[in-house]
Ligand binder design. Sequence first.
Ligand code: AMP
Length: 508
Amino acid sequence: MSELSFAELGLDPAVLEAVSAIGYETPTPIQAQCIPALIAGKHLLGVAQTGTGKTAAFALPLLSRIDASVSEPQILVLAPTRELAIQVAEAFTSYASKFRHFHVLPIYGGQDFYPQIKGLKRGAQVIVGTPGRMLDHLRKGTLKLGNLKALVLDEADEMLRMGFIDDVEAILAKTPENCQRALFSATMPPQIKKVAQTYLRDAVEVKIESETRTVERISQYVLPVYAERKLDALTRILEVEPIEGAIIFVRTKAETTLLAEKLGARGHAVAPLNGDLNQRQREQTVEDLKRGKKDIIVATDVAARGLDVPRITHVINYDVPYDTEAYIHRVGRTGRAGREGKAILLVTPRERSWLRTLERATNSPMMPYELPSPVELKKMREEQFETQLMGFAEDKKLAKSMALLDEIAERNEMDIAMVAGALACWMEAMQPGSLPLEQPEALPVVSATPPPRRDRKGGRPGEFRKGPPKGGYKGRSKPGGSGTRGKPPGKGGKPAGKRPPRQSDAKR
Ligand code: AMP
């Protein structure tokens, strides 16, 4: 992570306020490099992929340079897919949330023209869209670029791969001469270089370099999962992994607290670790992890810098890191003091390209993480329940309890198994989820390989997202979380006994 703070980057106060409300702690490396160049009005060529924080790297400075009170298109972003256009529009909406009367309009193929034309007539400062539809509007005269201050080509290599490059060039040719331009691409094929040479002369080039470093003694796993099922996946990982201590990495301070609360409610001894805590509180949290008062810490990169706790057996990357440096630092929090460590990365379909990047950077392969099947999981829960039950077989109150239940059984002419069953049901009523009666649901599987080619107008298969409200966004939007079942309680509220390693683990 960067040493600079957002406040030092020269952003508009309203943009800065929005960033702080979202909870970003520090600029990511790509942001630290791009923001000053774009604030200075320079063209920019960025080699970066999704997950580096590249959207904010261009959105924050460009929003800081426009006149928010003028309701005409001032920033135009071209994206290869409808999904990315919506995602970028959502990001812009949240970064511009402190501006008044501000509109961000996503425009893409496959949607009716009418709401788009209505949105354009009403006026929007930022337009984000796919090239084909954008060109349609330019040709119809429904989109006018006379006041355009900046143009961004996002995922330029993807636009090339999907055959959009001619449309992109046609749009570029229609933008005002003095318009600022930024191009982001994960790779730089010759055609993209050519576009850059023609339209982004003297651009500042930003590339996040990273050395290859081996991560010894750490086995790396990856679990592809839909964004909205991440919490379910994490809950299962924590249930089945033989964890002594774990650190879970998320992106924002707010997320550390939120996730820690959710895991706490599921019976884990967990604490957040973020930059909002003062030095003493941070030290206390780390001390609690060292001494076993806490087993899990949910942290941001900044807060976990240099953390050295030998009990950490697992690093879980709940959110992908911003760059390979951050990843290497994260996984290095385990495998300390000569021990073995396990790192598990959750990736959403959009972030799958990270896998190869991280494998290259660490010079070691990522193994697919296998969650247990519902049948395996139910069996495991039954075994755990049995272990817990047997733990009370020598309890000093056992004799008296047996006498009491015998009497009840006799009085009511019941089998003793029936009385035990009723007692178990009572326990379940008191603490739902403590009896392993139901088979857990299977989590939907996401393939680890990149998705097939997309068609020109449609979305990316295998990725589902709700469309935006008609006529664009106003105000912030946030996806909701999802719930999972609770953990069976053990003595002292902590789960008793971890599962023995599964066969598939032993093989790895
Ligand atoms: P992107 O690479 O633009 O797709 O961004 C990936 C994710 O990183 C998004 O969920 C952003 O909200 C998040 N993000 C961007 N910048 C920061 C930051 N400075 N701190 C924390 N999270 C960030």
